[in-house]
Ligand binder design. Sequence first.
Ligand SMILES: *Cc1c(COP(=O)(O)O)cnc(C)c1O
Length: 494
Amino acid sequence: MRSQVGSTPTLFRHSFMTPDDPVSPPRPAQHRPPSLDRLLDRPALRTLADLHGRGPVLAAARAHLARWRESAAGQAFDPLQFEDHCRAVLDERAAPHLKPVFNLTGTVLHTNLGRALAPPEAVQAVAAAMSRPTNLEYDLASGERGDRDDHIEGLLRELTGAEAATAVNNNAAAVLLLLSTLASGKEVLVSRGELVEIGGAFRIPDIMRRAGARLVEVGTTNRTHLRDYAEAISPRTALVMKVHTSNYAVQGFTAAVPEPELAALCRERGIPFAVDLGSGTLVDLTRWGLPAEPTPAQTVAHGAQLVTFSGDKLLGGPQAGLIVGEKSLVARIKRNPLKRALRLDKMTIAALEAVLKLYRDPDRLAQRLPSLRLLTRSAENIRALAERVAPPLAKALGDRATVQVQPCRSQIGSGSLPVDRLDSACLAIGAPAGAKRAGGFPDRLAAAFRALPVPVIGRIEDGQLRLDLRCLEDGDDERAFVAQLPLLNLPQRP
Ligand SMILES: *Cc1c(COP(=O)(O)O)cnc(C)c1O
């Protein structure tokens, strides 16, 4: 037996059919497959082995032979079908499970789709940090051990006006670490109107319990006054905390205590005052016509001694939780052993440093920071894109479905600025006129878009699949989107 596939041909002897194989049904000789060695020696299979390795190719070949033996009774073995099957199986296995998609949901910072997008500066910094040794915890001046926070602390101080800063894995971790450091075994005062649940099972009361702190609710759901805090402070109080109600709005007869007043009360009573901002944006967004969102700098200026916020919400950076504030309190947080468990890795530090540096030049930020670029895109620009993309989409849809350009409203996402919407434009895809109003058609359309090589994720509304084009950028992105439309495997006319 000739072997072209490596040094262990015996591996191949077991599971393919030979004339004396006792379990295989008798078949005419010309219908039987060639030996496995011969099959693996075919040029197509050698190419696959170069790409995927010999072991996976062998497994795919055996699987095909086993299937043929079971199902293809009486049929001739088709070597081309064999090659196609092996190629398909191996390509599918090799394709990344985590892969790019088109986020046409209309939610810019979509937690399930990875939130903020990194600028090229951050991507390059990450690649360099991953592939080379770095001074991650090494002080190049002294030649001694350094601190990984050193790469970002100066920038965070500069951008927030705080005395000190540190960072952990995400903002949930930042809040956990803060509470565990300052309030374990003690009480934390939080307004009843701020007992927030963020998606993904992050609830302020639960995180308090996990941190070993006892939550003391202050005031009522809609109204909390300074005297409510003043009366609740006791010798057991370790911390007063304000939580930015980032994903909902309480409207009507409401009252919350302004931060400077609460900060003054806390200072007078000698109790630390912390604010969880949720989404942190380091610049005033109103300069781009976006709704106002409090910044860490404002919160620090209002007298908060600690402020926590996310790296990958409005800030537009990598997943991270940032803690800025008074030096002595940040130092205590850094000494907590949990900090070690929640620390940032070098990729995140590299990306964060690059993104924070872009904030030094706010004038160019809206072009350079992808998330901000998408958030500040004009409805006219998006509409023009929709008008360009609609004809090739209509062509791909044929008579199976119709497409219209419609105005729509995008949301910022990640719980940021929940009631504010941004004017945008979408492609609305629906059943053709005259078709029966069949249920499930939009779902099947959505599934067809998700099955594309770069899956397209939209949203279903009013019996239509809507693709909000705010997050489809002009140029390369647009071309890649259009190029794969002919591959749409559409459902039948409803
Ligand atoms: C989003 C958010 C968090 C959690 O932040 P992650 O970075 O997602 O862990 C915590 N608090 C508030 C108020 C938030 O909005």
